[in-house]
Design a protein around this ligand. Structure first.
Ligand code: MTE
Ligand code: MO
Length: 375
């Protein structure tokens, strides 16, 4: 029997304090998102099978995975429900955990490339089927809130592309994975919603269809606004694609909402936050802030890797978040508000008028801090 912590009824879901989160380029204590209990697996006996449309089925131990070439990637891993609280409060009530802006972490992950693991198994798939095929990941160690297991899938084309840096990860920040983050092995999908980064991985399957799991089929999808009741949502799940790439985003971490902020001699306030590129379109190239409701914008300073010490190389930044700092003019008085907006390498921008969706996922309206008492 696998030892479990937490339960299907009450899984561990928590996010760190935002000010702390934006104080370091590499996140040491990230958020936790679980749809069931946390299993404590034995790394010495755990196995990951590779099956489906492959020429040779594999059953890999952690040692086998360590014997493949090891890669590392710094990437932001973000729950698609990050910022749901803002959608709920600014637009309309949504369904799901009330995440504020902290359901994201920027870590260094290590392990073999998924593409190398797939190459080792060899593909046995009709060329015509290859472009629409998927790679499914699963964890059958425990049931989840809505299904008998946890599963997800991504397009095979993305998985086979070594430059997409998808890892069968064994380490986080140069240490073995901890149980809450998926020990001994998880998938890490840079640029793609956290829901596809399956923890406690035990199966990789090459298949012609998407994962059948609840979290691929009936959750983590952007339903159209007309799907505004459970009955209507149920009609839409099968018609809307599963979220893969996450959209460009930015968030203000400092000052905190409803806090007292002091202006400098120029009438400016110090603001700090993080910004995320869209999918594979990183890095973030520009962040702007506004202290007058979007009339005028001031460019922020992007902090990048220099802040995090020599361990990080500049070329590492494609999948990473970017921390930023700005000094912005804000009028004195109560009810002060500052906005932020980011642009990535491909020119993707945040939504000025974000659209409501039933599950409150992939919110990327402007970053915003409100209720400031500006003195
Ligand atoms: N096996 C399993 N993997 C999982 C989940 C889960 O509930 N079970 N949650 C997913 C979701 S929705 C997210 S956002 C990330 C969260 O990863 P973290 O807990 O390490 O932050 O893990 C993903 N992988
Ligand atoms: Mo998630």
């Amino acid at each position: 029997m696998v030892q479990l912590e937490y339960s299907v009824e009450e899984p561990l879901n928590r996010e760190p304090d935002l000010e702390k989160l934006v104080s370091s380029f590499i996140t040491t204590e990230g958020y936790d998102r679980n749809h069931g209990p946390i299993p404590y697996l034995d790394a010495s006996t755990h196995r990951v099978s590779v099956s489906g449309l492959v020429t040779k089925e594999l059953s890999l131990s952690v040692e086998d995975l360590k014997s493949l070439p090891q890669h590392s990637v710094i990437c932001a891993l973000q729950c698609a429900g990050n910022r749901r609280h803002t959608m709920r409060t600014k637009l309309k009530e949504v369904n799901g955990i009330d995440w504020c802006d902290g359901a994201v972490m920027n870590c260094r992950w290590g392990g073999p490339l998924l593409s190398d693991v797939l190459f080792k198994a060899g593909l046995s798939i009709h060329p015509e089927k290859q472009s629409s095929a998927h790679v499914a990941f699963a964890c059958h160690q425990t049931p989840t809130q809505d299904d008998a297991y946890y599963g997800a899938s991504i397009p095979l084309s993305r998985a086979l592309d070594a430059s997409s840096s998808i890892l069968v990860a064994l380490t986080m920040n140069n240490a073995p994975l901890t149980p809450n983050h998926g020990a001994p092995v998880r998938i890490v999908t840079p640029g793609i919603a956290g829901a596809r980064s399956v923890k406690w991985l035990d199966k990789i399957i090459v298949q012609t269809t998407e994962s059948n799991n609840y979290y691929q089929q009936q959750d983590y999808k952007i339903l159209p606004p007309e799907a505004d009741t459970k009955e209507k949502a149920d009609k839409w799940w099968g018609k809307v694609p599963a979220i893969q790439d996450m959209p460009v985003n930015s968030v203000i971490g400092v000052p905190k909402p409803d806090s007292v902020v002091k202006r400098d001699e120029n009438g400016c306030v110090e603001v700090r936050g993080y910004a995320l590129p869209s999918g594979a379109d990183g890095p973030v190239t520009k962040v702007e802030v506004s202290g007058d409701g979007g009339e005028t914008w001031t460019e922020a300073v992007l902090l990048g890797w220099e802040e995090s010490g020599k361990e990080v190389q500049e070329g590492d930044l494609k999948w990473a978040w970017c921390l930023w700092r700005a000094s912005v003019k804000v009028g004195a008085g109560k009810g002060g508000r500052v906005l932020s907006r980011a642009v990535d390498r491909s020119g993707n921008t945040q939504s000025e008028k974000p659209v409501w969706n039933w599950r409150g996922v992939a919110y990327n309206g402007y970053g915003e801090v409100t209720g400031l008492d500006v003195v």
